[in-house]
Design a binder for this molecule. Sequence first.
Ligand SMILES: O=C(CO)[C@@H](O)[C@H](O)COP(=O)(O)O
Ligand SMILES: [Fe+2]
Length: 227
Amino acid sequence: MPSAKIAPSILSSDFSQLAVECKRMVEDGADWLHMGHVLADVMDGHFVPNITIGAPIIKSVRKHVDTFLDCHLMVTDPDKWVEDFAKAGASMYTFHIEAAGEDSKALIDKIHEHGMRAGVAVKPKTPIETVFPIADVMDMCLVMTVEPGFGGQKFMEKCIEKVKVLREKFPNLDIEVDGGLGLDNIDIAANAGANVIVAGTSIFGSPNPADTISKLRASVETAQAQK
Ligand SMILES: O=C(CO)[C@@H](O)[C@H](O)COP(=O)(O)O
Ligand SMILES: [Fe+2]
């Protein structure tokens, strides 16, 4: 079973202090930093109704931390940004299967050629079976537990069934959950087999982020020990 990793989502950070916020999370025990990217695509409209940050910000953050940068691309044309993110210092490039469709396998190859790990994200309404044909080439599956676009939304428990199905079929795969996760629902995700936990609001909004990170990790490790 792959190890537990806690990835605070910088979407919930103070963007005016981004490097300081990232360093604070690393000092508080974060394994990865989850960098959500929602870019406007002027040709196609938006994948989600929000715009946040892109590769230039990753490049700036990379100067301050050597932590694993887990980049979640919520964009209509994920193929377009691979080179920029690789050059900027991204560690993982996770794209949405809804955006890449039939081109997913070729996109994973391209991400690998650019020296990054490849993650594949699925929105709440997308059946998990859509990733099965590429499961042997992807490095991680991101199961969204909210509709992508914003931090601070309510956890959708029904998405956890997908985590169970994936874990059963792919015991060694990194399975990431993202959206509405915190100490009140982490056990549900951990018991289903998720090992990479994204948490924005619950970590950045905690009076003691180090304690929250440590409790989230303990939940995953306890669930893994019981399997
Ligand atoms: O990808 C996304 C939202 O689309 C996330 O990574 C959020 O940033 C998670 O934030 P919380 O739901 O934990 O506040
Ligand atoms: Fe995310």
